[in-house]
Design a protein around this ligand. Structure first.
Ligand SMILES: NC(=O)c1ccc[n+]([C@@H]2O[C@H](COP(=O)([O-])OP(=O)(O)OC[C@H]3O[C@@H](n4cnc5c(N)ncnc54)[C@H](O)[C@@H]3O)[C@@H](O)[C@H]2O)c1
Length: 413
């Protein structure tokens, strides 16, 4: 039996689904192309994704391709309850509601796994990892394969594979160009700023914004914050990324120094304890902290919790901690700010990511017996096809190389 917060929200969720579908023509086109063939007929697809309006288009699409779908959330705090209610009303096996306890969160993942999904599609790899911890050696059930949406999830799966423990092949959807170049950069860039503004309503112009990490997500946030008039400082541990940030025109310095200047700090590293007590103690009164990385480990929230003299909720998704007489504000309990305090990525960008997801699921179902138990990239033809579909949907035409140019590219002299 599906479990959602309030089934009465289904009609609102239907409108959200329809709105997202309208803005995801790239994904809708992929669904339409495969609908008659029904390549997922007889397949049980288990999804562990942020339950958003964009996700509803993906999972409804999987069902249109013939799959038997079950879904839980990839974060205890990111489910859009109206969307979950709509999906449940459509007969999708959904186990998700906003603000699950950690026990509830894992029990929802277990509920999906109890359906023995043929494929697992995850965001962050909590479902992949739970399968390996709890079912791999204790049951006869092995999925045919899986897909993974985000950087942190891919890193965890690669670690599992490097120890020879990965039980099935997984396609790293995150690594498709048509995923991370757009979703991680422009999607997270815009939606993280959106979450910060909804939570705080602060003016960014003239503020000092510290962005920790200059990977795809950090680049997007830094460029969007600069576009709104903020003075951006980047912190990094990778010398090449640091140099890139410098040449992109950002100030680069260690967090020890950056934290003293910050009005807003945004973490985007996928790493643990990037903003620690020594940094927070050095920060100005009124500083705002937000995390855009997958897990709530980038800011040392535990230290904030244990050290604050007082704590109170001052706005939706914004808590104030009083430390050494200063106010430190934390967005969304240090969880992924764009999904907790806003709606996640806009549908246009999720259409690219989820077209990759859907085509990769179909691909792994068709070709799983050719794969080893490893982490694979998205096949180049899928990545290119998604880009072609995207350009078509946006009515953008491009040139084709002439015969002479093709020949020129083959020459070495
Ligand atoms: N909020 C979202 O919707 C969303 C979307 C996509 C990815 N993500 C998550 O965001 C995180 C970053 O993803 P990405 O694709 O940008 O990864 P990435 O690997 O491209 O970038 C991470 C960067 O952080 C840097 N870094 C690592 N430790 C650091 C430290 N201690 N201080 C400063 N910099 C440090 C790395 O050198 C790297 O350049 C991951 O957890 C990913 O799963 C979130």
């Amino acid at each position: 039996m599906p479990k959602v917060a309030d089934p009465k929200l289904a009609e609102k969720g239907r409108l959200a689904y329809e709105w997202a579908s309208k803005h995801m023509p790239i994904l809708v086109k992929s669904i339409d192309r495969l609908k008659d063939e029904r390549p997922l007929h007889g397949i049980k697809t288990g999804f562990c994704l942020h339950v958003t309006k964009e996700t509803s288009v993906l999972v409804m699409g999987a069902r249109m391709l013939g799959a038997d779908v079950s879904l839980c959330a990839a974060n205890p705090l990111t489910t859009q309850d109206d969307v979950a209610a709509f999906l449940a009303s459509q007969g999708i096996d959904v186990y998700a509601w906003r603000d699950e306890s950690m026990d509830e969160y894992y029990s929802c993942i277990r509920s999906v796994l109890s359906n023995s999904p043929t494929t697992i599609t995850d965001d962050g790899s909590d479902m992949h990892i739970l399968y390996h911890k709890e079912l791999k050696d204790k049951s006869n059930y092995t999925p045919l394969g899986g897909t993974e949406e985000t950087t942190t999830g891919v890193i965890r799966l690669r670690a599992l594979a490097s120890e020879g423990k990965l039980a099935y092949p997984v396609i790293a959807v995150n690594n498709a160009y048509t995923k991370h170049l757009f979703d991680n950069r422009y999607g997270t860039g815009q939606s993280t700023i959106d979450g910060i503004l909804r939570a705080t309503s602060m003016l960014l112009a003239g503020k000092v914004v510290v962005v920790a990490g200059y990977g795809w997500v950090g680049k997007g946030i830094a460029s969007r914050a600069r576009g709104m008039g903020a003075r951006v400082i980047v912190t990094e541990v990778d010398p090449i990324k640091a140099l890139e940030a410098h040449m992109d025109g950002f100030a680069v310095m260690p967090m020890d120094e950056a934290s003293r200047h910050a009005d807003l700090v945004v973490t985007a590293t996928g790493q643990i304890n990037v903003v620690r007590q020594e940094h927070i103690k050095a920060m100005k009164d009124g500083v705002v902290l937000a995390n855009a990385g997958h897990f709530d480990v980038e800011i040392d929230v535990r230290w904030l919790e244990s050290s604050a003299r007082e704590k109170r909720v001052v706005r939706d998704n914004l808590e104030e901690y009083i430390i050494d007489g200063k106010s430190i504000y934390l967005i969304g309990r240090g969880r992924i700010a764009n999904l907790v305090a806003a709606e996640g990525h806009p549908p246009e960008v999720m259409a690219l990511s989820f077209a990759n997801q859907l085509l990769s699921i179909v691909y792994i179902v068709k070709s799983h017996d050719r794969f080893e138990k490893r982490v694979y990239g998205v096949p180049e033809e899928i990545d290119r096809q998604v880009a072609i579909n995207a350009l078509e949907a946006m009515k953008i035409r491009i040139d084709e190389p002439t015969e002479e140019q093709l020949e020129y590219a083959r020459r070495w002299l």
